[in-house]
Ligand binder design. Sequence first.
Ligand code: PHE
Length: 454
Amino acid sequence: MDNRPQWGTRTGFILAAAGSAVGLGNIWRFPAVAYENGGGAFLIPYLFALLTAGIPLLVMEFTIGHKYRGSSPLSFARLNKKVEWLGWWQVGISFVIATYYAIIIAWAMSYTVFSFDLSWGSDPESFLYGTHLQLTEQEGQFGGMNYSVLIPLAIVWIVVLGILIKGIKKGIEIANKIFLPTLVVLFLIIVIRALTLDGAIEGLNAFFTPNWETITSGKVWVAAYGQIFFSLSIGFAIMVTYSSYLPKKSDITNNAFITAFFNSGFELLAGIGVFSVLGFMAMQQGVDISEVVKGGVGLAFVVFPQIINEFPAFNQFFGVLFFLSLVLAGLTSLISIVETFVAGIQDKFHVSRTKAVAVGGGLAAVFSLLYATKGGLYFLDVIDYFINNLGVALAGLVEVIAIGWIFRQLHSLQNHANGVSDILLGVWWKLCLLFITPLVLGYMMFENIRQNLS
Ligand code: PHE
């Protein structure tokens, strides 16, 4: 049990955990979710969700990994043989996410190259759906490969699997030590430039002006919790796996706080950057900002190219910075997602790391080809919807109920964390995990099912 690999440094672990957390969700999900759910007023449910669910669960997952020293299935099995399946389920969700995360990074990679000559021309929307994804009609049907994405997709997998084969210290840790600081620098340049554009202030006003009425709506709270879970990568086996490589003497609670604040800080920065450029674009087009706000694929691959077209100077440079940021943010998350099943396979079948990477990563790579078909984008939307709306809340809910109520492990986890950490966990931690989190997650599930049925 004790020849488990370890992180080389504390910073390495924190960068890896933060690298997993900071991803596409921060850049393209958060700004749109915040805007749609009350703008500035969203920050209140968001902070509440961070403090009552995000950080407590992150601490819990770090503690489970550190205490039981295994991938998510092994850690849960050691906690109680009856919950090993929970670990595999989380690994399964991660597997599905990995397949579509890879293709999005591949598109971002293509767009980094397209930025050099602004290949998308004056109509980025037709370029994305027609030329690039080769969809003939918006409905999209399966059929035929979209060959143009195969090369970037192959590069994504070669890079990720190559890093994973190198192991924890020499692979994941070094990659994050390079990618994450680079991402922060690139992103800061983008944000500073964005803030100095005409219209940036209007954008920020739209983003931060609170719509207080929304704060009483259940939907907004559900959105805040959903964002925190996705953004902090909790409930996906990731944080358990990463913390299983921590040395015995590690300050778990403090690490969790640093990771969470880093992630939210980046998220806020992304919101500021995105809304500054949206304000600029709305001003250029003489429209209201609500007409240009989008999230997801539409924001990154349609709205951003349009904005880059209208940039006063250095358009290409700005395009490269933006898409490269997406690539880096995505890669550090994808590495963590794939590591969950690599570690799971290794712990279960006692095979070498290389074999586990070849089998687990290889399978994910093959499945990711599904989205490289001509209707792939629509397929991606459907999968993403289910993962976000059902997968995330359900996995988190089952986890807190199993640990807090069924196996009553919170007390021993609390002792374990307090034994190694400076910040001591008190009753608030247990209250959050026993009551607040399950209630909110239960409500989320209920609302989602109700909405799906109606
Ligand atoms: N946390 C990452 C983000 O914000 C996404 C992610 C989700 C990564 C789930 C791993 C698992 O984009």
